[in-house]
Design a binder for this molecule. Structure first.
Ligand SMILES: [Zn+2]
Length: 57
């Protein structure tokens, strides 16, 4: 099983965190990221989706 750690994360790779940073096995998505974006397409959608704090204004 290959996981992407902080050291292995490079620009152009999705930096979406997988798991909890406090847990062993925490790593990053590592998929090719969208141009000028820190996340891959899938995680860009997740990042933009209102999850816990929807904007009310
Ligand atoms: Zn991703």
């Amino acid at each position: 099983m290959s996981i992407i750690t902080m050291e292995e994360l490079k620009s152009g790779m999705c930096r979406w965190p997988i798991g909890s940073i406090e847990e062993e096995g925490f790593h990053f998505c590592g998929e090719p990221s969208e141009p000028a974006a820190p996340y891959c397409n899938e995680h860009m959608i997740k990042a933009q989706a209102p999850t816990r704090k929807p904007k009310t204004s």
